[in-house]
Design a protein around this ligand. Structure first.
Ligand code: IMP
Length: 422
C-alpha cells in the first residue's frame, strides 16, 4: 500500500496544501512530520475561508485520519483555534486527529524570546517560536506533549525556560507581558485539554496502519531550500524539510516510503531574508505579486518573486529522491509575452570544485536564463495537458528536461478541480 511523501522543492509556499487536499481522498492517513504553525494553507469552504497551520488538509476528508508527528513543534493555543474553526465549519476532528507524545510544544516564552532576538537575527522568521523550540529540543530541555499530562513536570520545565529567556532578554517587555511560568502553564493546560486523549505513539499508530494495508500520505511543510542542512543556511527554518525528515519525524523506517512527490511553483517565491538568485526587480515584482496573490498565509508578508530556477529545483529533487513533480500556479504566467527560466549558472568554474554542486555555489554565481515564448490564453479551465497552449506545454517540458523529473500534475487555478493530469 502506498506510503507517499509530498515535499516542497523551493522555498516553501509551493501549494503543497492544495495537492495534499486533492490526493487525500485516496489515502487513509495524512501525517505531518516537521515544522509547526510557521506553515499555513487557506482553504475555501462554503461558510468562508479557514487557514490551517498545523493540521493537514486531510482533515477535510471524512474518510481520512491525521497524525502530527514527533518531528513537529506544536502550539497548543493555535491548535485549539484551528479545531474551533473546523468545528464551526461542521468538520468533526475528534477521533481523527492523533498527536505524537514526542512532539515538542511551543510556549509563549519561546515566542517572546524569538521576538526579542528576531530584530538582531535578520532572518525574517515567521515569529511563531519555531527556532527557539527546536533549540530547546536539541539542547534536551524541551517540553513535549507527553509532559503535559504531568503538571508539576511541565511547570518545572517552563520555570527553567523562563529563567533562561530572562537572562537572554533581560527585562524585555515581551517576556513580562506573558506572565509567570505558572500562568503560562495554565494557558497551555487549558488549550491542551481537548487534545490530551489523542496523544499517542504516532510511530506505532502509522506502522500498524501500514501493516493493515492502509494508505499513508506524509505532508512536508516549507521547502528543500529552507531545510536546515540542504537549504540556504542560515536563512532556513530549523527542521528537516526533506523527504528524509518524514522517517525521523514520524518514527518510521525510510524503507517503507515508496513514492516522493516534489511540488514546485511555475516560478519562484521566497518569504524572509536570504539569497534569491532569480529574483525580479522590485517594479516587476510588485506587479507580479499583486496578480499572483503572493502574500504569506501565516504572516501576510509580501512574498519575494522571481523566475523558475531549474538548477536549484534539480538539486532539491535529487536530495529528496523525488519520483515525480507537480507544477502549481502555471496560470499566473498567462499573459506574459516571454517567460524566463534559469537553466544554468555562469562562472561556476571560479568556485572550488568541492562546492560546485551545492546550493552554496548556486547562490554565488549568476543565473543563465533561457527565454520561452509566452501564452495569452487563460488556462484556468483546461482539463487536460493537451488543452494547454503549445508554449505552456513547451515550458513544462523544459522544466522536465532541466530538472530531470517528470511532471505528473499541473495546477491551473486555486480550486481543487483546477488541476490537469499528464
Ligand atoms: P521560521 O520557520 O519561522 O523559523 O522562519 C525561518 C525562515 O523560513 C524564514 O525565512 C521564513 O519566512 C521561512 N518560512 C518558514 N515557514 C515558511 C512557510 O511555510 N513558507 C515559506 N517560508 C517559510
Amino acid at each position: 500500500m502506498p506510503f507517499t511523501v509530498i515535499v516542497g522543492c523551493q522555498w516553501g509556499d509551493e501549494g503543497k496544501g492544495k495537492i495534499v487536499d486533492l490526493l487525500a481522498s485516496g489515502f487513509d492517513w495524512v501525517a505531518r512530520f516537521q515544522g509547526g504553525a510557521n506553515a499555513g494553507h487557506t482553504i475555501r469552504l462554503k461558510g468562508g475561508p479557514i487557514v490551517l497551520h498545523q493540521i493537514p488538509t486531510g482533515i477535510l476528508h471524512s474518510t481520512c485520519k491525521c497524525a502530527l508527528g514527533n518531528g513537529m513543534v506544536l502550539d497548543p493555543v493555535l491548535l485549539r483555534q484551528e479545531v474551533v474553526e473546523l468545528e464551526e465549519a461542521g468538520i468533526e476532528w475528534r477521533g481523527r486527529l492523533f498527536i505524537s507524545h514526542a512532539a515538542h510544544i511551543v510556549t509563549p516564552i519561546q515566542k517572546a524570546l524569538e521576538q526579542a532576538r528576531g530584530i538582531v537575527s535578520g532572518i525574517g522568521t515567521t515569529g511563531r517560536g519555531i527556532g527557539p523550540t527546536y533549540e530547546q529540543k536539541v539542547a534536551r530541555k524541551g517540553l513535549r506533549a507527553i509532559d503535559l499530562s504531568d503538571h508539576e513536570r511541565t511547570i518545572g520545565i517552563l520555570e527553567q525556560q523562563w529563567r533562561e529567556a530572562e537572562s537572554i532578554c533581560g527585562g524585555e517587555e515581551a517576556l513580562r507581558a506573558i506572565g509567570s511560568p505558572k500562568e503560562v502553564a495554565n494557558e497551555i493546560f487549558a488549550a491542551w485539554e481537548m487534545f490530551s486523549e489523542y496523544v499517542c505513539d504516532a510511530s506505532d499508530l502509522l506502522l500498524s496502519a501500514h501493516a493493515r494495508g492502509e494508505r499513508i500520505l506524509c505532508e512536508g511543510a516549507q521547502g528543500a531550500l529552507l531545510d536546515i542542512d540542504a537549504g540556504t543556511y542560515p536563512f532556513v527554518t530549523s527542521s528537516t524539510t526533506l523527504s528524509a525528515g518524514a522517517a525521523s519525524g514520524l518514527g518510521i523506517p525510510p524503507t517503507v516510503i515508496d513514492e516522493v512527490i516534489g511540488v514546485v511553483k511555475a516560478y519562484t517565491t521566497r518569504v524572509g531574508a536570504g539569497p534569491f538568485p532569480t529574483e525580479f526587480d522590485e517594479e516587476f515584482a510588485s506587479l507580479f505579486r499583486a496578480r499572483a496573490g503572493e502574500f504569506g498565509a501565516t504572516t501576510g508578508r509580501p512574498r519575494r518573486c522571481g523566475w523558475f530556477d531549474a538548477p536549484m529545483v534539480q538539486r532539491a529533487c535529487k536530495v529528496n529522491g523525488a519520483t515525480g513533480i507537480v507544477v502549481t500556479k502555471l496560470d499566473v504566467l498567462s499573459g506574459l509575452e516571454r517567460v524566463a527560466m534559469a537553466t544554468g549558472r555562469d562562472d561556476l568554474d571560479t568556485l572550488p570544485r568541492s562546492v560546485r554542486t551545492s546550493v552554496y555555489a548556486l547562490e554565488r554565481t549568476r543565473p543563465r536564463y533561457e527565454w520561452f515564448e509566452g501564452w495569452s490564453e487563460e488556462i484556468t479551465r483546461a482539463s487536460s495537458f493537451d488543452e494547454l497552449p503549445k508554449p505552456a506545454r513547451r515550458y513544462l517540458e523544459a522544466i522536465e528536461e532541466h530538472v530531470g523529473a517528470s511532471v505528473g500534475l499541473v495546477s491551473v487555478g486555486p480550486e481543487r478541480e483546477q488541476v490537469v493530469g499528464r
